[in-house]
Design a protein around this ligand. Structure first.
Ligand SMILES: NC(=O)c1ccc[n+]([C@@H]2O[C@H](COP(=O)([O-])OP(=O)(O)OC[C@H]3O[C@@H](n4cnc5c(N)ncnc54)[C@H](O)[C@@H]3O)[C@@H](O)[C@H]2O)c1
Length: 445
């Protein structure tokens, strides 16, 4: 028997073994019959912009869910909410507090820009309303604690909107990891890249937007007062005064999926970021390239986000027994033995007689054991296209009814958001930062 013990030969042989089984993942079907009136869910929506459009459409697709009022500072979105709900007389207002005062509203769904999350969540909780609030939970680390405290004090259900945690693919990733499929995770990589103006948030402002149909002063909230700016209204993610950059826009989804998969619920110990405004020099102050190395109780978590080079969204969990990789609606589990399956390619440096002797010894001591080892194949799990957003909304509505806790509650949402704030602070301070649990603040290290 001839043995190709070179590294090239080893890789070639390994590659031929990598045939994958494919398994379809099915979400538990959502019952389609209309529930009795006592089980209906009457909700109000706050913010019917890009994401509010998705949330409202998802919510009303659920049997028994009814949107009974909509609030937005821009009147064009009142028309839009009536169009989505197909209800020309849907009550609409610029003041979201009007919704909080209504006794017939069970809960609130909010998709306002990041600099409004805290006020809307705290006001909703204090008014006795449960709330689904978009990610990232907070605009600053301190805000997240005020929001979690308001939820706890008022015993409210708060769900944050990183919808992947309700999807079948991350559900499978979590199940595989907890069953020990890859052993204890040693390292995690999270990556995503975009490469077009819309991906870089250069959204077109609504064509008729003006101070007459938008309450601009209120939209600014606590941000510095500046004259009406359609660009800031539509592209608020580009500025730290309103948004949280690629950290809060994209990284938070990856971090939420990572924490959920591993069953962790904590902020990182430290973050060290590098980045810059490399491609989109349009006046923004948030980086369009952001790489971060987090320390999660000793496990390195590397994140790479770019708005200048398109790459798939991927979460890679590496352990001694294999790799779990989630990318889009697909999960690949690649088991690894972590043992020698052929004579070491280092022996190619031995003179022939010594090499032959080593190879013979190797087979004598390994072949019997290896004969019992099964061939390792990858398994690919494919999501069935079920919308994570609908499942996440369904989970929220169920929790509002049952009062049972959610995975992505205010504590979990706060931990994921803190990591994003640390990534941003490290970028702006140009050095590593650490999380100080005692003072609940980010320190320069
Ligand atoms: N989960 C996801 O996949 C996902 C996707 C996109 C956006 N988001 C999140 O959703 C949130 C909204 O993002 P967007 O892209 O829809 O923004 P957007 O600018 O398109 O829409 C926000 C809307 O909120 C309104 N608004 C602002 N302050 C308000 C207030 N005090 N009262 C009532 N209305 C108010 C604005 O007028 C606007 O119409 C952000 O936090 C964002 O991070 C989540």
């Amino acid at each position: 028997m001839t043995i190709d013990s070179s590294r090239r030969g080893f890789l070639k042989t390994s590659a031929t073994l990598l045939t994958a089984n494919t398994i379809a993942l099915e979400a538990e079907p959502i019952p389609q019959q209309t529930p009795p009136p006592s089980d209906r869910m009457r909700f109000g929506i706050v913010g019917i912009g890009m994401q509010g459009t998705n949330l409202l459409s998802d919510a009303i697709s659920l049997p028994g869910a009814e949107c009974v009022a909509a609030a937005d500072l821009y009147d064009g979105r009142h028309t839009h909410a009536r169009e989505i709900t197909n209800n020309p007389s849907l009550p609409v207002t610029r003041r979201y507090r009007d919704l909080l005062d209504r006794k017939d509203i069970d809960c609130i769904v909010a998709a306002v820009p990041d600099h409004w999350h805290k006020r809307v969540v705290v006001d909703a909780c204090n008014a006795g309303k449960d709330i689904y609030c978009e990610k990232p939970m907070s605009h600053t680390a301190a805000e997240g604690f005020d929001m979690a405290a308001a939820a706890e004090k008022n015993k409210r259900i708060v769900q944050i909107g990183s919808q992947r945690v309700s999807g079948v693919v991350f559900g499978k990733a979590r199940e595989l990891y907890s069953s020990g499929a890859i052993g204890d995770v040693e390292m995690v990589e999270l990556t995503l890249g975009r490469n077009d103006p819309t991906g870089a948030w250069e959204y077109p402002p609504p064509l008729d937007l003006s101070p007459h149909n938008l309450d601009w002063d209120t939209w600014l909230n606590d941000a510095p007062k500046i004259p009406f700016s359609p660009e800031r209204f539509a592209r608020w993610r580009c500025w730290k005064e309103y948004g949280t950059g690629v950290g809060g826009d994209l990284m938070v989804h990856l971090l939420t999926g990572f924490l959920f998969t591993l069953g962790w619920n904590e902020p990182p110990r430290s973050a060290s970021a590098l980045g810059g405004i490399v491609r989109w020099k349009d006046g923004r102050n948030m980086p369009d390239l952001h790489t971060v190395l987090f320390d999660y109780h000793g496990v390195p978590v590397y994140v790479r986000l770019s708005l200048g080079a398109e790459t798939p969204e991927a979460s890679r969990f590496m352990g001694p027994k294999g790799i779990i990789e989630v990318s889009g609606s697909q999960l690949r589990f690649s088991p690894q033995r972590g043992i020698e399956t052929r004579p070491s390619y280092y022996s190619s440096s031995f003179p022939r007689k010594m090499r032959d002797e080593y190879v013979a010894q190797w087979h004598a001591s390994h072949d019997a054991e290896l004969a019992h080892e099964a061939v390792l194949n990858d398994t690919v799990y494919r999501g069935n296209g079920e919308d994570d957003g609908v499942l996440h909304m369904r989970n929220f509505f169920q929790s509002v009814k049952s009062r049972k806790p959610l995975v992505e509650d205010a504590v979990f949402g706060n931990h994921a958001a803190i990591a994003c704030h640390m990534a941003n602070e490290s970028y702006f301070r140009r050095g590593p930062v650490t999380w100080d649990a005692a003072s609940r603040s980010i320190k320069s290290s």
